[in-house]
Design a protein around this ligand. Sequence first.
Ligand code: NAD
Length: 487
Amino acid sequence: MTKPVLNVDARQFLSDLHIDGSWREGANGERFDVLNPATEEVLASVASAEIADADAALDAAEAAFGEWASRTPRARSEILRKCWELMTARLDEFATLITLENGKAGNDARGEAAYAAEFFRWFAEEAVRADGLITRAPASGARIIVQHKPAGIAVLVTPWNYPAAMGTRKIAPALAAGCPVIIKPASETPLTMLALMPLLEEAGVPKGLVNVLPSKKSGALVDHLLHDPRVRVVSFTGSTQVGRKLLHSAADQVLKPAMELGGNAPLIVFDDADLDTAVEGAMLAKMRNLGEACTAANRFYVHESVAGEFAEKLTASMAALKLGNGLEPDVDVGPLVNADTRDKVAAFVRDAIAKGADLLLGGTVPDGPGFFYPPTVLTNVPETADCVHDEIFGPVAALQTFSDTEDVIRRANDTEYGLVAYVFTEDMKRGLQVCERLDYGMVGLNRGLVSDPAAPFGGTKQSGLGREGGHEGMLEFMETQYISASW
Ligand code: NAD
């Protein structure tokens, strides 16, 4: 029977495991519920993968590997481009599905769907550009031949905040490189990845190349996968805490790790910044995805001479956002993903106020169903507040002031994270000098959005290892081989 590709209006979701091109119950027949965070209603009951399912996926991936790796880069590229075309034709349906399981509202969801699809187009173009080198060894005169080869089966583990994009950001480069994948989506949001599978099949992705294993037993399942000798790559996006665990597991077989972990982004507004640009950037950096993003501005450092005006303008922009069920057309921001996330955000706000911060907007959990938390602005946030040190992961702008450039650089760097920072100034010389001194993998200069499939996304320090997107993204799934030849 042909499964529906996406039938979100009829609320029919693909909810079984996807292994070797077919849909299956989990080995133990267990299922778990996926909720709509706006209503707390059950959207679907999803099959939960067990160890035996992981083994079946490994067998399928192993069987698919050789033939896919031996195809020409152009042949792989054309299939990836078709994936982009098919996904692009169904952006609205994907956006609706993303809203249903994650909560994010229309524009955010559509933006994610488009961003997710772009990884297929970008890596279709990169698939044919796995460059190498032939040169002469300086002393011996032997030929040095350097080439990149597919690394092997990749295990992909993704978070709930971008149910489509965090998957395609890994699947597309892995397929471009010639690798089969087994993906374990987050338990809160497995439906989007499952819905993508018929599109990949229609595009010509062979069976067994992409296997999807939602599971309620993530720890045991992923640990088993990472100890199978056929696996060569682990690519994880999620919290630093879980990333550390996976790095420990990956060490046993010395897997190639790509880790996209947590962040604690500083957003610095200098005295000469164009404040409208800074507020627009701040809104993007803070409110895109309702703050549930590793790239979300977590600490705002605003020069004391413009702090009052910036706070006023930011508060007005935040107050104008309509909170509600993301499926409604006039809603700007939806609920957080679950009760835990909402409760953590509320606790950050209570803690900051108890330690002396002033509340300018929001701060109260609304009544009724759904995991809603309103756009919130805090000023005079003390350094001791928990939200200065930990990821808020919610719609809370925590504002501090500074007067001295050296001091703000030191405070911005004073964290174990190093994913992204934002700088706003009209003085490009100063802007670039500050960017270079920030210990971050990415910096937005007069921009609140850095994510781009064509750019290497990733962090330093405890924000991770490796890069996704750009030219670097495909190399995460390739081994470098050097041949020393004489002829
Ligand atoms: P999480 O670490 O709790 O979960 C991420 C994934 O790991 C999920 O699929 C989850 O089921 C799985 N998982 C959980 N425990 C596991 C275990 N013991 N073994 C194997 N897998 C396990 O993170 P989350 O709450 O889903 O996402 C939020 C975090 O992700 C934030 O810290 C955020 O900053 C980070 N994130 C980072 C990026 C990035 O690119 N750097 C992007 C998005 C999110």
